[in-house]
Design a protein around this ligand. Structure first.
Ligand SMILES: *Cc1c(COP(=O)(O)O)cnc(C)c1O
Length: 370
């Protein structure tokens, strides 16, 4: 918390706006719309997962449908597909951004059409760890097959691809303000829309799909997904320090990249080219045990844990999760390799440059390098 949040919460209490609508919800949406640029319309919601779910509802995803989904991600990208009674079809990553491989996506869609005779209903691409996917190429595949794209930018607030903000690509984008994300409302999310009508429908479904009658009239199944006016107050305060947060994460990333630059067997996951401008939500490395004297990511994780320093494995791909065992998957080995070799390094607001230097030095020491 920056200290700015309290003022907006106090205002909400003073005016008795302790409900899932009010001036903070409107204000937070305006702040986000201005920040994301372009002609976006933002619907503030109770979670990023709710944003993905509503995106799928608005795209008409239903029972029996298939949805192409990036395999290398957090389960919340895929779970809403199942909420709708549809089946996720997982697509593996390419090695540069670690996100959905556009060519594999193209082949996978062709194969689904062959096997089921039906077109997948949507595509979910993710900007994992804040790194933008190859969004031009993914959009081109989506256009070629005329399948709507949903961009899961839950981890990528502030990231840009070719100068355009992540979350604004495709038909809908999803943002998250969960406690661990780039900014937080304690829990919260947003659906990035491109027309006032899309936003109107998102808010309609997020508020129990109540029709405009004096009594409660319902013609659709709705959800209770709107963001509370208190949480939105935290969000307005957080928007005032988003720039600082981003600068911090990018500074740490630059430092880690520099410190690991010449270390054999340690590969820092940086922007593949100037087209990509990650927010570096998390700084991540790959470890090649054949070049680090046998040091594995798990051994390093345990070493740091014993020092009271938390590191984590990368996301375990969805196609190898027991719960998604029965789902079709198009696998090229990339995300499996990343899961086996990767580690997330401390990257949050309380990690100082000194900490980053000490962590990098410890990694080097562990693999016998100085
Ligand atoms: C956090 C996250 C979500 C879900 O957001 P919540 O606000 O926690 O519901 C979805 N996708 C990805 C990739 C995430 O990291």
């Amino acid at each position: 918390m920056s200290g700015h949040e309290k003022r907006f919460i106090d205002e909400a209490f003073a005016e008795d706006w302790v409900v899932p609508l009010g001036p903070n919800v409107d204000g937070f949406e305006k702040d986000l719309e201005a920040y994301m640029g372009g002609d976006v319309e933002i619907a503030a919601l109770s979670a990023g997962t709710a944003a993905i779910h509503l995106g799928l509802v608005l795209l008409g995803v239903g029972p029996g449908d298939e949805v192409m989904c990036q395999s290398f991600t957090f389960s919340a990208s895929a779970n809403p597909v199942v909420y709708q009674g549809a089946t996720p079809v997982f697509v593996d990553s390419e090695p540069e951004t670690w996100n959905m491989d556009p060519r594999l996506l193209d082949k996978a869609i062709a194969d689904r059409m062959d096997k089921t005779g039906r077109k997948p209903k949507a595509i979910i691409v993710v900007d994992l760890y804040g790194m933008p996917a190859r969004l031009d190429e993914i959009e081109a595949v989506a256009r070629k097959w005329d399948i709507p794209l949903l961009e899961d930018a839950a981890e990528a607030l502030g990231s840009e691809y070719k100068g355009r903000k992540c979350g604004t690509f495709g038909r809908f984008g999803a943002l998250s303000f969960n406690g661990n994300k780039m900014i937080t409302t304690s829990g919260g999310g947003a659906l990035v829309c491109h027309t006032p009508e899309q936003k109107r429908r998102a808010v309609f479904y997020a508020t129990q799909a109540r029709e405009p009658f004096p009594y409660y009239q319902h013609e659709h199944i709705g959800y209770n997904y709107r963001l509370s006016n208190i949480s939105a107050g935290i969000g307005r305060g957080q928007m005032m320090v988003l720039g600082e947060h981003l600068a911090h994460h990018r500074r740490l990333a630059g430092l880690y990249a520099e410190l690991f630059k010449d270390v054999e067997g340690i590969e820092y996951h940086g922007n593949p080219s100037d087209d990509f401008d990650s927010n570096f939500w998390l700084s991540t490395i790959l470890i090649d045990p054949s070049k680090t004297g046998g040091l594995t990511p798990e051994a390093l994780r345990q070493h740091f844990a014993a020092m009271g320093i938390e590191t984590r494995p990368l996301w375990k791909p969805m196609h190898s999760q027991p719960v998604f065992e029965a789902c079709p998957a198009y696998v090229n080995g990339v995300s499996g390799h990343l899961f086996a070799r990767g580690l997330c390094l401390p990257s949050g607001p309380w990690v100082s440059e000194e900490d980053a230097r000490a962590i990098a030095a410890e990694v080097c020491l562990c693999c016998g390098k100085h």
